[in-house]
Design a protein around this ligand. Sequence first.
Ligand SMILES: N[C@@H](CCC(=O)N[C@@H](CS)C(=O)NCC(=O)O)C(=O)O
Length: 85
Amino acid sequence: MPPYTITYFAVRGRCGTMRIMLSDLGQEWKENLMNFDDWTKGDLKQKCVFGQLPKFQDGDLVLFQSNAILRHLGINMVRFPLISW
Ligand SMILES: N[C@@H](CCC(=O)N[C@@H](CS)C(=O)NCC(=O)O)C(=O)O
């Protein structure tokens, strides 16, 4: 069972880069695809920080915001150094 789960809509959108990154790194992940009808019911939306997707789970760690997710993958999997701006 892969530790990663992406919850998003069935489009590339804001998850295209993270899917490519995971794939390039030889990782497997689970996709939890939301359809518009389920999303508009609002159950998941209410639980999402800022009320939006993507949601990314790495084990018990839950992240929102695509750039934060990419940063997490970069730091933890590619070992990009932390850069002070
Ligand atoms: N700044 C956020 C933007 C997220 C975002 O715009 N999500 C859209 C889909 S791309 C969404 O959840 N739309 C549904 C809604 O707002 O109800 C990120 O980069 O993750």
